[in-house]
Design a protein around this ligand. Structure first.
Ligand SMILES: [Zn+2]
Length: 295
C-alpha cells in the first residue's frame, strides 16, 4: 500500500505539473455537457424525513437537461444516469472524459444539523473548513458501496488522511472556469430561486478529481432541514432549481463564447496558486513523508 501510495503521489504530481503547463489549447466552445445525478440504486445518498437524495438529484438533473436541450439544441447533453441505477464514481468521471465534455455538473443534496439550510456549490480543491471536508467525505464514501473498490481505486480510502494529501496536490487547469460557473449557479440560486446562498466552496471530491474539464458539485439544499426538504421534494422547487442552473449555464456559455473570440488564456489559477494555498500545499507535502515511513 505504501509503495503504491508513494508512486501514486509521484504520478499525480507529474500529471498535474504537465497539465498545468499546457497553455496552448485551441479556442474553447461549449459543445457537450455531462449532468451527473448523484448516487442511485442501492446508494440512496442522504436521507430526509421522507425523501432520498438519489431521487431528488435525478429528478432535478433530468429537468435541467431537458431545459438545456430545449434552449440550446446545439449542445449535446449527456446524463450519467437517467434512471434509479448505481453508477460507480470513477465511471461518472469517465463518462465525462470519454465524451470530452466541456462542463461536468454533479447534482446532490446535503445533510447536516436540522438548523443548516441553503445551497452551496463546490469545486475541486483543498478544503478550508472541516464542514467542507465532511461534505466531501460523505459524497466520496459512495465508493465504499462499490464492489472491489480497494482494487479499483488503488487502495484509496476516501476517509483517510492520505486521501486529503492526494487532494491537496491537486492543481486544476480548469479551476477558474469551474469557479466562474459555480459562482453563477450560486447567484441564480439566490436571486432566481430565493435560496440561502452558502457560497462557492472547495473540497476534495473524488468525482471531480477524476475529470479533465471544468466541473462542479452542487448541493441543492439540506434534506435534513424541514423547509429545504419540503422545497426540494416539490415539483415547483425542483423546477426553480433546474431553471436557476439553466440561467447560470446560459451566462457561462455566453462568457465562454466571448472568451473564445480570442485565444483562451489560462493564466488564472488564482485559487490553487494563491500564497495561502502554496503554503498549505508545502505543509501537506512535508507531512506526507512522516506517516509513510512508519506505517
Ligand atoms: Zn450526494
Amino acid at each position: 500500500m505504501n509503495k503504491l501510495f508513494i508512486s501514486t503521489i509521484l504520478l499525480l504530481s507529474i500529471l498535474f505539473t504537465s497539465f498545468s503547463t499546457g497553455n496552448n489549447r485551441p479556442k474553447y466552445q461549449i459543445r457537450t455537457i455531462v449532468i451527473d445525478a448523484g448516487h442511485g440504486g442501492h446508494d440512496t445518498g442522504c436521507l430526509g424525513s421522507s425523501s432520498q437524495e438519489k431521487h431528488i438529484a435525478l429528478s432535478v438533473s433530468l429537468k435541467l437537461g431537458a431545459l438545456i436541450e430545449k434552449l440550446f439544441p446545439e449542445v449535446n447533453v449527456i446524463y450519467t444516469r437517467k434512471t434509479d441505477v448505481f453508477i460507480e464514481l470513477h465511471e461518472r468521471a469517465a463518462i465525462a472524459n470519454r465524451n470530452k465534455a466541456d462542463l461536468f455538473i454533479c447534482i446532490h443534496c446535503n445533510s447536516g444539523p436540522s438548523a443548516a439550510f441553503g445551497a452551496e456549490t463546490y469545486v475541486m480543491g483543498l478544503h478550508k473548513t472541516t464542514d467542507n471536508l465532511s461534505v466531501a467525505k460523505r459524497e466520496n464514501s459512495s465508493i465504499l458501496l462499490e464492489k472491489d473498490y480497494k482494487s479499483k481505486y488503488d487502495g484509496f480510502d476516501p476517509n483517510s488522511p492520505e486521501a486529503n494529501i492526494i487532494f491537496s496536490l491537486y492543481q486544476n487547469t480548469f479551476m477558474n472556469q469551474s469557479l466562474n460557473f459555480a459562482s453563477l449557479v450560486q447567484k441564480q440560486f439566490e436571486q432566481n430561486a430565493g435560496r440561502f446562498n452558502r457560497g462557492v466552496k472547495q473540497a476534495g471530491f473524488l468525482v471531480l478529481f477524476k475529470t479533465a474539464m471544468p466541473s462542479v458539485l452542487i448541493e441543492l439544499g439540506f434534506l435534513t432541514n424541514r423547509t429545504d426538504e419540503k422545497f426540494l421534494t416539490s415539483e415547483k422547487g425542483q423546477d426553480v432549481m433546474a431553471n436557476s442552473m439553466l440561467k447560470a449555464f446560459k451566462e457561462y456559455k455566453s462568457d465562454t463564447a466571448k472568451k473564445a473570440g480570442g485565444q483562451y488564456n489560462d493564466d488564472n489559477q488564482d485559487v490553487a496558486d494563491s500564497e495561502e494555498e502554496k503554503r498549505l500545499l508545502l505543509r501537506m507535502k512535508r507531512k506526507m513523508i512522516l506517516p509513510l515511513k512508519n506505517s
